[in-house]
Design a protein around this ligand. Structure first.
Ligand SMILES: Cc1cc2nc3c(=O)[nH]c(=O)nc-3n(C[C@H](O)[C@H](O)[C@H](O)COP(=O)(O)O)c2cc1C
Length: 212
């Protein structure tokens, strides 16, 4: 049986020709870094402190979906991020032990469903109930067949071009094939995860003339 762990062995060598050709500026390429500490030096940070401190940094919330054969699969992530505009790349960090990550990795593609603040309960339900994740009528299919949450704020359709194991997570990089905003929802507050709780992104008068 293929597990998330052994799918990683294959995953580490997956790299699209487009990305492999990217030029890294020599100034960055020659920097000699000490590398990641394991064992003693790496255990100096208390895991509870790590979680509580990093939890001060709010993140957006997305559901990454894919297909395992014909079966819809997916996982909630707070680590989704834009990476590069040219070429258009996005990514997320997946735990090496995550079953859902293994499924997504094997399919080599994923759809990012950006959640709105109103989806906190839907998100909890998705996170908890693996067997009934896709039962809500709001789940349908994108044109390429990947599970699509029709009420999401935006969707980003990707092909996996790079997977790099970093500590106990894998950085999964997707090349953006196409994307869309949900015109009915795009101005609505997004779902955020902050200090272990769900909340809502919000704009107020202070930035009415700001960066938007
Ligand atoms: C708000 C929130 C954010 C999460 N972010 C991540 C994440 O960035 N990466 C990750 O691997 N798991 C994340 N998880 C946990 C995954 O959704 C999932 O439960 C975990 O990967 C175990 O997956 P599995 O049940 O398929 O093994 C998050 C969960 C929640 C509720």
């Amino acid at each position: 049986m293929i597990t998330a762990k052994n799918s990683l062995l294959a995953a580490q060598v997956v790299q699209s020709p487009t990305i492999a050709k990217s030029v890294i500026h020599p100034r960055f390429a020659v920097v000699d870094r000490p590398g990641i500490h394991h064992g003693q030096a790496g255990t100096q940070v208390d895991p509870g402190d790590f979680r509580a401190t990093l939890g001060c940094f709010p993140t957006g919330v997305a559901v990454i979906t894919s297909l395992e054969g014909k079966m819809p699969v997916g996982m909630v992530v707070g680590s989704f991020s834009s990476i590069s505009l040219d070429p258009p790349l996005v990514g997320f960090f997946a735990g090496v032990e995550s079953v859902s990550y293994g499924e997504i990795s094997r399919s080599s593609r994923f759809l990012v469903n950006v959640l709105g603040a109103e989806h906190d309960e839907a998100c909890r339900q998705f996170f908890r109930d693996r067997d009934s994740r896709f039962q809500s009528p709001a789940w349908g299919s994108a044109e390429n067949g990947l599970p699509k949450f029709s009420e999401a704020i935006a969707w980003i359709n990707c092909t996996i071009v790079q997977e790099t194991k970093i500590g106990d997570h894998v950085l999964v990089v997707g090349q953006v094939e196409d994307l869309a905003r949900n015109e009915d929802k795009v101005s609505a507050p997004a779902l955020v995860f902050h200090r272990g709780e769900f909340g809502a992104s919000r704009f107020d008068d202070r930035n009415a003339d700001g960066a938007r």
